[in-house]
Design a protein around this ligand. Structure first.
Ligand SMILES: [Mn+2]
Length: 323
């Protein structure tokens, strides 16, 4: 679908279910709230849903309408509901199997590995954030991008571009940021909320991750890990580990980073792995895919059964660089 076609469809919707992925990041929550606000502006009855029960990262607490987001058991869909899945790399990741049959699902996403398995798909892997695609849709429909909508879109853009520092930061991203600022977004206020309101537990957890840091492969690879007792000692929850890997990869000379986190599970130990590659030498999404994960070439992740150090070792072996 084109942005104009999505705008056209949205205008005529009777009921909308807005969905993003479990453990949402800034783009997921920015998209969800921007889309909710826009449905409100357009008078479209809507419900927002995010799978899982874990609290949202506290740095996004200031976003509007987050308290209205349904968690856990998905809401019963009215007849003629269209599901809009935002920033979800696959139907599975958005929990599409939970919503029952017969609903039309529209995917709006920028993940390069999105298989486009929804009924209707607007996929743009060149977009810096999924919120950038929403902005295209809103403009195509001549919908009102007021300061609240603009602020939500901006949160998706600024977080997915790493504050306009990652290689996905293109002129289009800067032009969008300029437009949103002209719509009234206070970029300094958002920076304070998102980057300078860090819970103490999160900083303490970072300290534990730095204490476990190892540098390997002649300095090209930086690894670390966090066990459940690290989270407990820091008073942290799983969402507090978001962003730690971005500190690991700042070490001079490092082009690859791995962070392994223990996830307690009654059926046995599980490890959640995040991967980053800063110089294009390895497609980390391809490595993640070996264990059923996904993401982007430069940033990906997966969850695997097994002890944290075993899974970390396996991952390191997949990332052996030619010397
Ligand atoms: Mn995104």
């Amino acid at each position: 679908m084109t942005a104009a076609e999505v705008a056209e469809r949205l205008r005529d919707e009777k009921h909308v279910l807005i969905v993003s992925h479990e453990a949402p990041d800034g783009d997921a929550l920015g998209c969800l709230t921007a889309f909710s606000l826009m449905c409100e502006r357009l008078g479209i009855p809507h419900v927002a849903y995010i799978p899982g029960e874990a609290p949202f990262p506290s740095e996004y607490r200031f976003l509007p309408r987050l308290h209205d987001v349904v968690r856990g058991v998905p809401p019963a869909a009215e007849p003629e509901t269209t599901v809009y899945m935002l920033d979800c790399a696959s139907m599975q990741r958005g929990g599409a199997h939970l919503f029952g049959d017969g609903l039309t699902v529209v995917t709006i996403d920028h993940h390069q590995d999105n298989p486009g398995d929804a009924d209707l798909n607007l996929l743009d892997p060149t977009a810096a954030s999924s919120s950038a695609i929403l902005y295209d849709i809103f403009r195509a429909g001549h919908f009102p991008v007021d300061v609240q909508v603009a602020a939500s879109l901006y949160v998706g853009l600024v977080t997915d571009t790493g504050r306009f520092q990652y290689s996905n930061t293109d002129p289009r991203a800067h032009r969008m940021a300029a437009d949103l600022q002209e719509a009234g977004v206070d970029v300094a206020a958002i920076a304070r909320e998102v980057y300078e309101s860090v819970p103490l537990a999160k900083v303490r957890l970072l300290g534990r991750a730095l204490a476990h840091m190892e540098v390997k492969q002649d300095g090209l690879l930086v690894t670390s890990w966090l066990r459940e007792d690290d989270f407990q000692a820091a008073g942290a929850d799983p969402s507090h580990s978001e962003g730690i890997i971005d500190t690991l990869r700042t070490v001079r000379g490092a082009s690859l980073a791995i962070l392994a986190r223990e996830k307690g599970k009654e059926s046995g130990p599980e490890t959640k792995v995040s991967l980053r590659c800063t110089d294009g030498s390895v497609d980390v999404a391809a490595v993640a895919a070996l264990k059923g994960g996904g993401g982007h070439k430069a940033a990906a992740g997966f969850t695997a059964a097994g002890d944290i150090l075993e899974v970390l070792h396996w991952t390191e072996q997949q990332l052996q660089l030619p010397r």
